[in-house]
Design a protein around this ligand. Structure first.
Ligand SMILES: C[S@@+](CC[C@H](N)C(=O)[O-])C[C@H]1O[C@@H](n2cnc3c(N)ncnc32)[C@H](O)[C@@H]1O
Length: 242
């Protein structure tokens, strides 16, 4: 998969792309990441990329012609998928990363300042937000996307660990522990120490349901519960009311 990022701040990606799992995935050639400086597409002798908004208002807007030139120069075929980072979209979910990770080519446009001239929206396939808040630029959202997508790429991370993560089954991940077995009086649950796989599976499912109920009950609203999950939920509710 190839991901191209169009940004005014390419230097922000150096540490990110050269660290830990992301670096390993790139080194294994499972993904190619290209970071493009939008300023290179300015035709102004001072390399200006922004201007004041029509109708007044605070701040500066990135110019549509400059960003569009950068975009056109980095679309290699009809299948290149283009996204614009923007707070004006439905926030990304895990299923979106799964969908995007199946693409061959993705171009991400990072806005900055007050954003980009609205007319850029005509040239993109989708707007993506990472949450209902405003950041200074699309660079961190693009890194969130790259991180979320790259780790799903085959062999980038073991499929067992992906299967067990929060959101994969519509539930949050169960609590996990490592050594020491006891810390400041907090002991790792007995069942996790005894090696009985069936008991551990059931316990972890129960803890997943409990974590979700306590932290994100909205995720349970549309869940089609199995009989086992119903029983476990009943146990959780009764234990919590004791
Ligand atoms: C300061 S923001 C512009 C906000 C814009 N004036 C508004 O009110 O919608 C600058 C750029 O940061 C990026 N950005 C900010 N918050 C974001 C978010 N939650 N998700 C995705 N991109 C975001 C976008 O690319 C945006 O164009």
């Amino acid at each position: 998969m190839k991901i191209t990022v169009l940004t005014l701040f390419p230097e922000m990606y150096e540490g990110f792309l050269n660290t830990s799992i992301i670096k390993r995935i790139i080194d294994k050639k499972l993904a190619e990441i290209k970071v493009v400086d939008i300023r290179d597409y300015s035709q102004d002798k001072h390399r200006h990329v922004d201007d004041t908004p029509y109708g007044g208002g605070a701040g500066m807007l990135m110019k549509v012609d400059v960003v569009h030139r950068a975009l056109l120069d980095n679309i290699s075929n009809d299948y290149t998928y283009t996204v614009l980072t923007s707070p004006k979209a439905r926030p990304l979910k895990q299923v979106d990363f799964e969908r995007l990770s199946k693409l061959d080519e993705l171009v991400i446009i990072c806005g900055h300042y007050e954003g980009i001239d609205y007319r850029i929206e005509r040239y993109i396939d989708e707007k993506v937000s990472i949450g209902d808040y405003i950041l200074t630029g699309g660079e961190l959202p693009s890194m969130v996307m790259i991180d979320g997508i790259l780790r799903l790429l085959e062999e980038g991370i073991s499929s067992d660990s992906l299967k067990e993560e929060s959101f994969n089954e519509g539930l949050l991940e169960y609590p996990q522990y490592t050594r020491p077995v006891e810390y400041n009086g907090d002991v790792v649950p007995e069942v996790l120490q005894n090696g009985n796989h069936e008991l551990i599976r059931r316990y972890n499912l129960k803890m997943s349901l409990k974590e979700t109920l306590l932290n994100r009950p909205d995720l349970l609203d549309e869940r089609d519960f199995t009989e086992e999950e119903r029983q476990l939920l009943a146990e959780i509710v009764s234990e919590m009311s004791d």
